[in-house]
Design a protein around this ligand. Structure first.
Ligand code: NAD
Length: 270
């Protein structure tokens, strides 16, 4: 039998690791030719070689290089059907505040709210950290949507999948910049979807909950235990569980979905 998405072409940012790599494997298994971007050339090449695709090493915050790479991909592979804007970074330095957080939770449980110490997540955030977080996620998704539309509009078909987060829906105190960027991606998705729906292009966002990838490395064991307690399923998600949603949004099964937001969170409630 012919693979379901034979000869379609996908461009996946941040595809050298975690969710992006799982998406590359999942799409390739259904016949998609995959271009794998990452900051890390070795990681991108490793995944690209594994799935018979091509690799592009660049920073998604560099809009010109981003557009040129997508143009080059279309030149080499003939078209662009699926754009997955997935590259992302985690909020840094959350682990160092674990002890203070636990102290505060204990005080809160004892009704000693006035004894709680300031966490200073926002006050300790530097201009550079704020800028980088917004740039990688929100600007990266904008550049990716724009580069994809250059090729999808003349085709009058295409799927753009933007990776947001449950923190875009339920903002977290420890990650204001990440939450803002991910909420922005949801709004960007809806605005672009409304514009290009008549052109046969679907644009959707996925909000993953906590998925087992290297992105979670900065979280301490205690923080992960606290997070897992708020996941209905009582466990982290696996990258392939997210990749199945990317596959759904890439194929004909999701024809009527656009401007929509899909959680894959195991019942995380914030
Ligand atoms: N893992 C989770 O629990 C989780 C939850 C919600 C959302 N997400 C989102 O999913 C996406 C993928 O994350 P992941 O968990 O697979 O993480 P990951 O760290 O395994 O992979 C992210 C990849 O993106 C690449 N990258 C980072 N900045 C880049 C840039 N500027 N340009 C190009 N590539 C860049 C990294 O090199 C890395 O290979 C991110 O947008 C993340 O915010 C992840």
């Amino acid at each position: 039998m012919k693979p379901a998405l034979e000869n379609q072409v996908a461009f996946i940012t941040g595809g050298g690791s975690g969710l992006g790599a799982a998406a590359a494997r999942r799409l390739a298994a259904d016949g998609v030719l995959v271009a794998v971007n990452d900051l890390d050339l070795n990681a991108a090449e490793k995944v690209a070689n594994e799935v018979g695709g091509i690799a592009y090493a660049f920073d998604v915050t560099d809009s010109q290089t981003f557009s040129s790479a997508v143009d080059d991909c279309v030149k080499k592979l003939g078209r662009l059907d699926i754009m997955v804007n997935n590259a992302g970074i985690a909020p840094q330095d959350t682990a160092s505040k674990t002890d203070l957080m636990i102290e505060n939770v204990t005080k809160r449980m004892a009704g000693e709210i006035d004894q709680m110490n300031p966490m200073n997540y926002l006050r300790d955030l530097t201009d550079e950290n704020w800028d980088r977080m917004i740039k990688v996620h929100l600007y990266g998704a904008f550049y990716g949507c724009r580069a994809a539309l250059t090729h999808m509009q003349p085709q009058r078909s295409g799927r753009i999948i933007n990776i947001s987060s449950v923190l875009g829906l339920y903002p977290a105190a420890g990650a204001p910049h990440y939450s803002v960027a991910k909420a922005g991606i949801i709004t960007l998705t809806k605005a672009v979807a409304a514009e290009v729906a008549p052109l046969g292009i679907n644009v959707n966002a996925i909000c993953p909950g906590y998925i087992r990838t290297p992105l979670l490395t900065p979280f301490s064991e205690t923080m992960m235990a606290g997070i897992t307690m708020r996941i209905g399923k009582g466990r982290l998600g696996e990258p392939n569980e997210l990749a199945d949603m990317i596959r759904f949004l890439s194929g004909p099964e999701s024809e009527y979905c656009t401007g929509d937001v899909f959680n894959v969170s195991g019942g995380y409630t914030g």
